[in-house]
Every structure is written in structure tokens, then in C-alpha cells.
Design a protein. Sequence first.
Length: 253
Amino acid sequence: MLRSPFLTLLAAAALLAGCIMPQVMEPTAEPELEPTATATETPVWFPATPTPSPFPTPVVNPTADMRPGIGQLLLEDDFSDAVFWPTSTNADGSAQISNGRMNLVLNATRSYLFSTRNSPIFGDFYAEITATTNFCNVDDEYGLLVRALDGNHFRFALSCDGRAKVDRFHSGSLSRQAGWVSSGTIPSIAPGTSRLGVWAAGSQLHFFVNDIYLFSVTDSLLFQGAVGVYVHTSSDRDVSVSFSNLKVWQVDR
């Protein structure tokens, strides 16, 4: 029996198909990804701070010279000779020169004791004197007289509790010109020592304690006179002050 060529081909194809092994595809391994490190902020324990800009250096302007024109020394009194100073002693007090000092002691209640040098007369000048309190009370006064003439004068006064003032006595009337001003340069207890200074030229007067400027006065009444010292009691208790080392210089204008 004859076989059809077509069937023969089909049979051959079927046989070949039965011999073909199916291909198994190996699954492709996915590449393992390295874990990505998460960036974290490193703590800064001591953070840098902006460098501050330096403060500008202050420019200090010098204080105006309150004692201009001081010239030659006109007077130096070491209080070794009493001929130039009025002295006295009575029940109320005493003004005596000893051991290079003018010693004023006042026992009277609410009183004044003055001693004014009898010469020379000064117009424009700078004067200094040292005052030492031996014993005094809070409101007692002591100080330097300048431009003293015919009973008129300026009183540069320190109190025994550390204050300063200037009074003018003119034609029987006492008037305040400056102060009271408290100053740490003035002793507030006794005993204590201060160097009083007065610069005077024309109508202008400047006042100092221990080289510290305190205040100024402008005056049109007193233009010349001598120098002196004084004490004042504010109560019924005594006051004792010694004055020494008086110097007066010319002031040139």
C-alpha cells in the first residue's frame, strides 16, 4: 500500500518535534544593590562665631587748661615769721604761728576766726595752701581767703564732711557764688589734709582741691586783695585747722 508523501512528511515532522527539548530559561538574577548611605549632618559641638568688629578707639580730648598763664613765683610763705600775719589768743579761740604752720582754733559757738596776710596785694594770681584738719565736725568750715581788701573778700571753703563752696563778702553782705559741691578729693573726716588752689584773672576765678578742678566764679566787684585763712564753727563744738606752705604765682594774660 502506497503511503502518501504528505503523511510521510507529517510523520517525520512529528518525530522531530518529539526530539526537541524545551529550553528552560534560567531566571536572570537581579543585581544586588548596595545600600546607599543616608547622609547625616555631623553635629558641630563648638560652632564658629562671627569675629566681632573691634570697637573704635575713643578719642579723648584733653581737658581745657583751667590754670593758664601761670608765671613767676611771687610769694612763698613757710609760716616761719609771724610778722606778716595777725595773731591773737583769747577765751574764744586763737590764731598762732608755730612749727611752720598757722594754727586756728575756735571755741565759740557758730563763729568765725580770720587771719589775713598784711601784704602783698595780688590782682591776677594763682595761689595754693595746704590745710590740715586736726578736729572738726560735719558742718564746720575752713578755707582760703582771696582778694581780701577793706573787709571784702572771697571765701573758698571746705566742710568737714567733704564739700566745697565759694562765698563773697562785700559791703557787709555775704552771698553764695558756687557750691556746696561734694567731692571725693576732700577729706570727710578729721584729721585730713587738702591742697587748696585758686586761679584768678580779671573777673574769672577757678577753684581746685588737690589739683582737681571744682568750679568757677565770674565776678565784677572784687579784683585785687591779699590772701588769708579762716575757720567757722557750725555748732557748740570746737574746730582746729592748721595751714602751711603758701605759694602765689603771677598769672599772665
